[in-house]
Design a protein around this ligand. Structure first.
Ligand SMILES: *Cc1c(COP(=O)(O)O)cnc(C)c1O
Length: 463
């Protein structure tokens, strides 16, 4: 199209004022405000000018411009953090928000969202400490003398090392200089906290005498980092926590433990590998334990420090504590989650534990129900045995037997893409050219949504 023609067509475009004055614009102005609606209409008109310049004329009616502006506005305010249905079978899915909260935790979040006693002592009518919340629950559940909640476990470890070891040496086994994921590397966190790393032993074996030989006048602590997300098998070994505690205390230094997931229930009782219990670590003599709130604990994102009163107090008083302090919603959800453990309701009320504890027969029955609802679709729908995993850098390699819905004889990549685009999006697994959905990780009420979503996705991939 030559320049003159382009100019002529540009002049025929409706003006923003004219579009704004049309009835179709009224609901947009009401919903998004006048300024944003003007911006949207300008964006649509700009796009039209480019189309005309490229010889592609699209919109003709004024209402079409307004409809396009409505689409622009809807995309602008669409949330990026969207709820999804997790059908992957990975219970603590790092990319899907880790631990889903219990109903009690949700209720507590709602109740705490307004004004509350976050830093207020009702009896005294004066300032209280936010670090006091949840402490009595953690003391009971772990046997810890003191406790302190921060923003996440990475922050808890950073605060612990900064407050207790800054400017001095920290002894750690070479087998524990690990990356947890998301850029959390034990050596980097140690450097960031201002302490000097003293590596001992080898990748696969570290002996008590390796630690002993490294302790000197400038040693601040021994640090143990839990092998959260990997396993060393074969010729390997590390001293037990109790041996390290005895060694540390003999030299008047504390034993610190980055425990990662921090289980409060015995995973071995649920057919999984044993994950250390926080109470066991403290009983073995660890002076401060750091662990996450949203891994096996099944609560909100949080980092928890449990241990000796004087050391926890130093952590609370450190300037970094202010930068990594938890917010009211976190403290409310965490307290409610801990209460479920205290009252013996954890496996019933906390989703992570309910999922770990779901009987295979219930999972198989769910898959049967889905198969019945999908009996007439144009794909091969089967019930197949498989495995769920705990995930979240907990229990590497641990698998829970499960029963999966398998959809075959149709492109699994097309199906997975259609499911991701559904509302709500469904995240599934692909294996052996089939799409697999694990009922274990669905939250109550989501099971009934799945057949219609699957049916639409299958139809779209066939169409
Ligand atoms: C997960 C983990 C962390 C990080 O915890 P976040 O809660 O994700 O900050 C640190 N150390 C270990 C051993 C972990 O497993």
């Amino acid at each position: 199209m030559n320049n003159q023609e382009t100019q002529a067509l540009w002049r025929q475009l409706p003006g923003v004022d004219r579009l704004l004055s049309l009835p179709a614009s009224t609901p947009l102005i009401a919903q998004y405000g006048r300024d944003l609606t003007v911006e949207a209409l300008r964006a649509v008109l700009d796009e039209q000018r480019r189309h005309i310049h490229d010889g592609r004329l699209r919109l003709t009616e004024p209402d079409e411009y307004i409809a396009a502006a409505a689409g622009w506005l809807a995309a602008l305010i669409a949330p990026t953090l969207r709820p999804v249905i997790n059908a992957t079978g990975v219970i603590i899915h790092t990319n899907l928000g880790r631990a889903p909260l219990s109903q009690a935790a949700l209720d507590a979040v709602q109740a705490a969202a307004g004004y509350n006693t976050l830093e207020y002592d009702l009896e005294a009518g004066s300032r209280g400490s936010r670090f006091a919340h949840a402490e009595h629950l953690l003391q009971r559940l772990t046997g810890s003398a003191a406790a302190c909640v921060v923003n996440n476990n990475a922050a808890a470890v950073l605060l612990m090392l900064s407050a207790l070891c800054c400017g001095r040496e920290v002894v750690i086994s070479r087998g524990q200089l690990v990356e947890i994921g998301g850029g959390f590397r034990v050596p980097d966190v140690m450097a960031q906290s201002g302490c000097r790393l003293v590596e001992v032993g080898t990748t696969n074996r570290t002996h008590l005498h390796d630690y002993e030989a490294a302790i000197g006048a400038n040693t601040a602590a021994i640090l143990v980092a839990h092998h959260s997300n990997y396993k060393i098998i074969g010729f390997s070994g590390e001293p037990a926590l109790a041996e390290l505690a005895e060694l540390a205390h003999g030299h008047n230094i504390p034993l610190l433990f980055d425990q990662g997931s921090g289980a409060l229930l015995d995973t071995a009782a649920y057919g999984l590998d044993a994950e250390p219990l926080v109470s066991d670590s403290l009983a073995a003599g660890v002076d401060v334990v750091a662990f996450s709130g949203d891994k096996l604990l099944g609560g909100p994102q949080a980092g928890i420090l449990c241990g000796r009163t004087d050391l926890v107090a130093l952590c609370r008083q450190h300037p970094l504590a202010r930068a990594v302090r938890p917010d009211k919603l976190c403290l409310a959800a965490l307290s409610a989650t801990l209460t479920a453990y205290l009252t013996g309701r954890a496996t019933r009320d906390i989703p992570v534990w309910r999922m770990i504890n779901r009987p295979l027969a219930a999972l198989a029955a769910q898959v049967e129900a889905w198969m019945a609802a999908l009996a007439d679709v144009d794909a091969v729908v089967e019930s197949v045995p498989g495995f769920s995993t705990v995930g979240g850098g907990s229990l590497p390699g641990a698998q829970l037997p499960s029963q999966l819905l398998s959809i075959g004889d149709i492109s699994p990549h097309c199906l997975a893409m259609r499911l991701r685009r559904s509302d709500p999006p469904v995240i599934a697994r692909i294996a052996s050219d089939r799409l697999l959905l694990d009922p274990r990780t669905l939250l109550p009420g989501q099971e009934t949504l799945l057949p219609a979503i699957l049916r639409a996705a299958i139809a779209a991939c066939r169409g």
